[in-house]
Design a protein around this ligand. Structure first.
Ligand SMILES: *[C@@H]1O[C@H](CO)[C@@H](O)[C@H](O)[C@H]1NC(C)=O
Ligand SMILES: *[C@@H]1O[C@H](CO)[C@@H](O)[C@H](O)[C@H]1NC(C)=O
Ligand SMILES: *[C@@H]1O[C@H](CO)[C@@H](O)[C@H](O)[C@H]1NC(C)=O
Ligand SMILES: *[C@@H]1O[C@H](CO)[C@@H](O)[C@H](O)[C@H]1NC(C)=O
Ligand SMILES: *[C@@H]1O[C@H](CO)[C@@H](O)[C@H](O)[C@H]1NC(C)=O
Ligand SMILES: [Cu+2]
Length: 360
């Protein structure tokens, strides 16, 4: 009964902002209780053995057969690659758009579920709390290259270049070469690379789903993490006045439409080329933990006020072009072979049936 009354309160709040045809979406899920809520923890909070369980499960996914057909997706060689290819497939609608937060929330949940169901993982998805380690990535439990890390820097690469975008220049990081230590030592990646410039809003650019085996490289970059993923920016995100402001700080810092990076891009650019690739970035095992932090901050922000819970802003096309379709709670998102389509409305509350997770 308690759950019933609480969901009514939410529905009453919701009526103020959305049309009544959507009510059934919010009634769909009952609120979860403490007894069935998974807790996603910060990487450094996990015991050493728990961290190793996580990386073992990721490596296990790389040994499981893919579900996508090899003829159509030659670069997909294992189950881990199914996730990479699905991300590539929907990149042009789920980034810098109104679908960014909901689509990635569900993508993470599918990943966490697959680790548990297919690889016997008994924990939950950890997250990368950026400000904790932004001044020295190499010394963090995430990237110190110990057995209980997500591996660390790549080998030094004298060819590593600065990156210029908008009004900023990002100096090169400290690696740039292949990763040769930790759990993902000598790992091979198969998909991408994609050019940083988005050439079309409509089609997946070359190399599509081609098979392009090469090493997994990293270049740790404290300059980027200190300037784009520090405490000030996290506080600013949580103080966002509305969802449009939240999305701007997440993707455009300084928080203006012409801002470069933002906290989202900051995480991607602080680890080097593999994670920088807009399309194939899930090939870096840090991807899921970076996005878990994004999802965590969104869920904290959503919980601040009723008006935040179901707030959306943008279209279902990258960079929200004027002719994009406006995202609503009814917008359906696809996940290919990973799982059934979901409406945006179904993904708005981690504390309801269908999800039942929270963050420390
Ligand atoms: C965070 O980075 C911004 C620049 O992007 C800087 O102005 C601010 O002082 C930094 N905050 C901390 C706590 O280092
Ligand atoms: C690092 O990886 C990226 C993405 O796969 C690739 O484009 C780049 O050439 C690699 N760099 C080196 C030095 O191998
Ligand atoms: C998104 O927010 C911006 C800034 O508040 C506003 O101008 C725009 O109309 C909103 N778009 C949608 C689709 O709600
Ligand atoms: C939107 O406009 C772009 C060009 O600006 C065009 O390529 C695209 O097909 C249009 N999309 C739709 C859905 O009309
Ligand atoms: C890519 O999207 C199309 C259109 O929704 C779908 O038919 C196809 O199966 C998807 N492929 C992957 C790898 O998700
Ligand atoms: Cu993404």
């Amino acid at each position: 009964m308690v759950a019933f009354y609480q969901s009514w309160l939410v529905v009453l709040g919701l009526l103020a902002v959305v049309d009544s045809s959507l009510i059934d979406i919010s009634l769909d899920g009952q609120l979860c209780g403490d007894y069935n809520t998974a807790i996603r923890k910060e990487w450094g909070e996990l015991k050493r053995a728990e961290r190793i369980d996580y990386t073992d499960a990721v490596l296990c996914m790389q040994r499981q057969p893919q579900h996508l057909p090899r003829e159509e997706y030659p670069g997909v060689r294992n189950r881990f690659d199914d996730f990479v290819a699905t991300h590539i497939n929907y990149t042009l609608s789920v980034h810098y758009s109104g679908l960014f937060l909901p689509w990635h929330r569900h993508f993470l949940w599918l990943w966490e579920t697959a680790l548990r169901d297919e690889c016997g993982y008994s924990g939950y998805l950890p997250y990368w709390d950026w400000p904790l380690w932004s001044e020295n990535l190499k010394a963090s439990p995430l990237f110190d290259c110990s057995d209980s890390s997500l591996s660390g820097d790549g080998e030094p690469n004298p060819g590593e270049q600065s990156i210029h975008g908008g009004t900023v220049t990002l100096p090169p990081g400290t690696g740039g070469g292949c990763v040769r230590c930790g759990p993902f030592k000598d790992m091979e990646i198969h998909l991408g690379p994609f050019d940083r410039n988005i050439v079309s809003f409509n089609e997946i650019p070359a190399p599509g789903f081609d098979y392009n085996p090469r090493c997994f490289n990293r270049s740790l970059n404290n300059f980027v993490s200190m300037n784009y993923d520090n405490e000030t920016i996290v506080d600013r995100l949580l103080a966002a006045t509305d969802i449009a402001d939240f999305q701007t700080v997440m993707d455009h810092w300084p928080a203006r439409p012409d801002g470069v990076l933002g906290a989202h891009g900051g995480g991607h650019f602080s680890l080097g080329a593999t994670l920088q690739d807009l399309f194939s970035s899930p090939q870096d095992p840090a991807f899921m933990l970076h996005h878990a932090m994004i999802d965590r901050l969104w869920s904290i922000w959503q919980g601040q006020e009723e008006s935040h819970r179901y707030a959306l802003n943008g279209t279902s096309t990258i960079l929200n072009p004027p002719n994009g379709t406006i995202v609503t709670l009814d917008t359906v998102m696809e996940f290919g072979v990973l799982g059934r389509p979901r409406s945006v409305g179904e993904t708005m509350d981690p504390g309801r049936d269908g999800y039942c997770y929270s963050y420390t």
